[in-house]
Design a protein around this ligand. Structure first.
Ligand SMILES: CC(C)(COP(=O)(O)OP(=O)(O)OC[C@H]1O[C@@H](n2cnc3c(N)ncnc32)[C@H](O)[C@@H]1OP(=O)(O)O)[C@@H](O)C(=O)NCCC(=O)NCCS
Length: 410
């Protein structure tokens, strides 16, 4: 069952199979229909022709690897985002999933993507291959009546986001998400440079000199049966008062809708300024985000260490979920921090002095290396995370930070 690269010639076949599986409508004869994979992704597939009952010209399975960058511990790391993984209904139940996903993991490694991310429809099948739930999408239903009472914030004004001001929003987003873990950078070619379109609107929050301090993006739609008429995609401000100014602006919609749905990050600072009473979780299913370490040393090197942290540990990562050599997650590494920089290398013959050893299974490594969790958290999930005390203190300090958040668009 060889896995091969899919090219423009395979696109219509792949897209027809994936929209058939996920329920999209793809009409290749329509002028607007895409005819090729994005240059920002790698597509892999398995031909049906070599399989029992397989026909020539039919794909038995396919998947796309997005080449994203995500924030990690104050730095950035390449992330293989797995999208549209599908096995043709005629070939399901024959083990193609394992073949394809193992090839996808190997390809992420070959393309220097040290971590991989996906939104699973069925987490258990990905967990078997080392993916670990690290985050979940979260939205709140917020009554607007409460936001109307927020007093005006001095020295702040709102400016519409247009094609001309969109680059300022992007730049601000990069600045305001830089300290988060796992937030996508949202850069071309996977994200268009211009306005997102389809009813998307946004405002920038500026001071009197035109410096940007925050933004709010939303889509207005008809009021749903629960009274929600506005989906707020993001509300990001530099300071508490900037977030209050943006919430106050949201309150101005109360004449046309009673409630808004507000998408938030895992530990979103907006939670600290929301008036609170009446705010409740949105009742939709919660999308889970799974991640997997592909290259342990590169994932660690991508982040910054706390300036004052210095020391060296031995880190052992065990990965029995894919054949040895599929990727560079497993191994014994020397990990050190000094003056804000992390060094991480496979252990060589000459062993320098270390604070101690940390031993993680691939699930614990995938959880912890995305930041914001401790070894004790991993153990509470029944993952393998054993360590000498000094090494555990060191690694916990190295990986401290906000829990990962993933928001896939502006
Ligand atoms: C999910 C899907 C990719 C599985 O592919 P497949 O080749 O049939 O799967 P395999 O036969 O290799 O089985 C892989 C594992 O998934 C499990 N599995 C397969 N279909 C499943 C289902 N519908 N529900 C629960 N488990 C399932 C199998 O039991 C197997 O587990 P094991 O590793 O413990 O033996 C395939 O059914 C499909 O394309 N579905 C529609 C699209 C989809 O859901 N894609 C995944 C999006 S995240």
């Amino acid at each position: 069952m060889p896995v091969r690269d899919l090219t423009a010639q395979d696109f219509v076949t792949y897209k027809t199979m994936s929209s058939g599986a996920f329920g999209g409508s793809y009409d290749p004869s329509s002028a607007a229909a895409p005819q090729d994979f994005s240059p920002g992704e790698t597509a892999l597939g398995i031909d049906a022709s070599g399989l029992p009952g397989g026909l020539d010209g039919v794909l038995a399975a396919g998947a796309r690897i997005r080449h994203d960058q995500i924030t990690l511990g104050g730095g950035l790391v390449g992330c293989g985002g797995i999208a549209g993984l599908v096995v043709h209904p005629a070939h399901r139940g024959d083990g193609l999933f394992r073949t394809l996903l193992t090839a996808v993991i190997a390809r992420c490694d070959a393309e220097s993507l040290p971590v991989s991310m996906l939104y699973p429809s069925h987490p258990a099948i990905y967990r078997r291959y080392g993916y670990q739930v690290v985050a979940r999408g979260q939205s709140l239903i917020v009554p607007l009546v409460e936001l109307q009472r927020i007093p005006a914030v001095p020295d702040r004004r709102l400016v519409p986001v247009t094609a001309a001001t969109m680059p300022r929003l992007r730049e601000l987003y990069h600045r305001l998400s830089a300290g988060d873990n796992a937030m996508l950078r949202r850069e071309p070619p996977l994200f268009a440079e211009g306005l997102p379109g389809a009813g998307w609107s946004a405002l920038l929050l500026q001071d009197e000199f035109g410096t940007n301090h925050g933004y709010l993006s939303w889509t207005r739609h008809g009021q749903d049966p629960r009274g929600v008429g506005l989906d707020v995609h993001e509300l990001m401000g530099r300071t508490r008062s900037d977030r209050l100014a943006l919430l106050r602006s949201l309150g101005s919609w109360s004449t046309v809708t009673e409630l808004v749905r507000l998408r938030v990050r895992t530990e979103d600072p907006v939670l600290d300024v929301l008036p609170g009473a009446g705010t409740r979780p949105s009742p939709e299913p919660v999308p889970l985000v799974m991640m997997r370490v592909i290259d342990t040393a590169a994932t660690l090197r991508a982040r910054r260490a706390p300036e004052q942290l210095s020391g060296r540990i031995r880190l052992v990562v065990e990965d029995g979920t894919v054949p040895a050599g599929t990727c560079r997650a497993a191994g014994t590494f020397l990990v050190s921090a000094d003056s804000g920089t992390i060094a991480a290398e496979p252990e060589s013959a000459r062993v320098p002095e270390v604070l101690g050893t940390v031993r993680l299974d691939i699930h614990a490594a995938s959880l912890l290396l995305m930041g914001g969790r401790s070894l004790a958290d991993a153990r509470r999930l029944d993952l393998t995370a054993a360590a000498d005390p000094a090494a555990e203190t060191f690694l916990d300090a190295l990986l401290a930070g906000p829990r990962p958040s993933v928001m896939d668009a502006f």
